[in-house]
Design a protein around this ligand. Structure first.
Ligand code: ATP
Ligand code: MG
Length: 357
């Protein structure tokens, strides 16, 4: 059998990104040793705010050449609002990757694990276990529109939603494919076709058309308002939830919030065909308030590493990382401060890595 080598670009970014990325790498290396593959890393010293302070931009003009063609980008967090406004740091780094690499899927698991305090009363591990699939490139976030009659009584603004068949179908296909790998095989679609009379009925039509090619996958649809309420009231009814850019954006924050702390939630920005690299990062930001103190929870980064391995097809290694995470979370002395414990970032990361030895 030929050797399995995965090239990754590593960008730790700002703040706690610099602390949690090394823990993610520590765990990746442990998983690679155990499962007999190699993670070849290229660390990049850009896409952080110190780089901006020196160069007046977040990344070199030649960033694409410098990154080359890795199998994935392993990303920490970006942003240091005291030096660079968030919209500049974000647009100058992460959003460039999403756009240039056509990472049209934003994927987030929502899973309640033992040891994580759940904000929803009475919920136990096993009650909450689903995925949010967000369309990441079109929809409501278009730049088409403008202001008219400014400064007059007739002043008005408009902004268009753009949905293409290609854009809608490819995200739906991803969601149905994902559902097919799950025991429950259920897709729930976020819509609002009772109020948004042109784009959302189209979205619904495409869902129905896609569903007809997946006879083994069940599906349903909810208006976004009741869907959001159900995340809180009945999270157990969901398996794979798919939404447009705006609806998916909201659900992909609400979901992980329902399953506990922001410190453990991971995400993937995925180009499923593998034409371009996908990017895996924790949901949290650079957390300037706790940066540099070894207090951050590294599990969001470590879980992102597991998602990355899953994307590479290393499903056994990914499952082992998740098992190690679950084992660590059950151990009060390994919990970081956000989980009510007093373990530091490295203690938690090292413990998870050693469970994979
Ligand atoms: P973004 O810039 O991505 O929008 P943000 O700056 O609004 O994010 P975060 O940086 O995620 O927010 O931090 C929000 C809060 O959560 C902060 O108080 C931070 O301390 C806490 N937090 C975030 N990540 C972690 C973590 N890994 N461990 C512990 N606490 C965290
Ligand atoms: Mg921030």
């Amino acid at each position: 059998m030929s050797e399995r080598i995965y090239d990754i670009a590593v960008i730790s970014g700002d703040g706690i990104g610099k602390e949690v990325v090394p823990e993610g790498i520590r765990v990746l290396e442990a998983a690679a040793r155990r499962h007999g593959f190699t993670i070849r890393q290229k660390w990049h010293d850009f896409a952080h705010c110190d780089y901006y302070a020196k160069h007046g931009r977040m990344m070199p003009e030649t960033w694409k050449e410098e990154i080359g063609k890795p199998a994935a980008i392993f990303f920490g967090a970006v942003g240091w609002p005291e030096i660079v406004p968030d919209h500049i740091s974000l647009w100058g780094s992460l959003l460039q990757f999403r756009r240039e690499y056509d990472q049209y899927v934003n994927l987030r698991p929502v899973r309640l694990m033992e040891g994580v305090p759940c904000p929803l009363a009475g919920r136990k591990p096993g009650d909450i276990d689903f995925w949010v699939v967000r369309e990441n490139t079109e929809g409501e976030y278009s730049a088409i529109g403008g202001r008219m009659f400014e400064g007059t009584e007739r002043e008005m603004v408009m902004q268009e939603t753009v949905m293409t068949r290609k854009g809608v179908d490819r995200i739906l296909k991803f969601a149905f494919d994902l559902a097919q790998t799950r025991p429950r095989k259920l897709v729930s679609s976020a819509t609002k076709s009772n109020g948004i009379a042109i784009t959302m009925p189209y979205w619904d039509e495409r869902v129905e058309a896609m569903a007809s090619s997946y006879p083994d996958v069940a599906w349903n649809k909810f208006h976004i308002d009741i869907l959001s309420a159900n995340f809180v009231l009945k999270p157990q009814i969901f398996d794979v939830v798919v939404g447009s850019n705006l609806f998916g954006d909201i659900l992909s924050d609400l979901g992980p919030a329902c399953a506990g702390t922001i410190g453990i939630a991971p995400s993937g920005n995925i180009n499923p065909e593998g034409v371009n690299p996908s990017l895996f990062e924790p949901v949290h930001g650079s957390a300037p308030d706790i940066a540099g103190q070894n207090l951050a929870n590294p599990i969001g980064q470590i879980w992102s590493a597991a998602m990355m391995l899953e994307h590479f097809g290393e499903t056994g290694a990914a499952a082992d990382i998740m098992h190690a995470v679950e084992t660590a979370l059950k151990e009060p002395k390994l919990r970081t401060r956000d989980l009510g414990g007093s373990a530091d970032t490295q203690t938690c990361g090292k413990a998870i890595a050693s469970l994979l030895a």
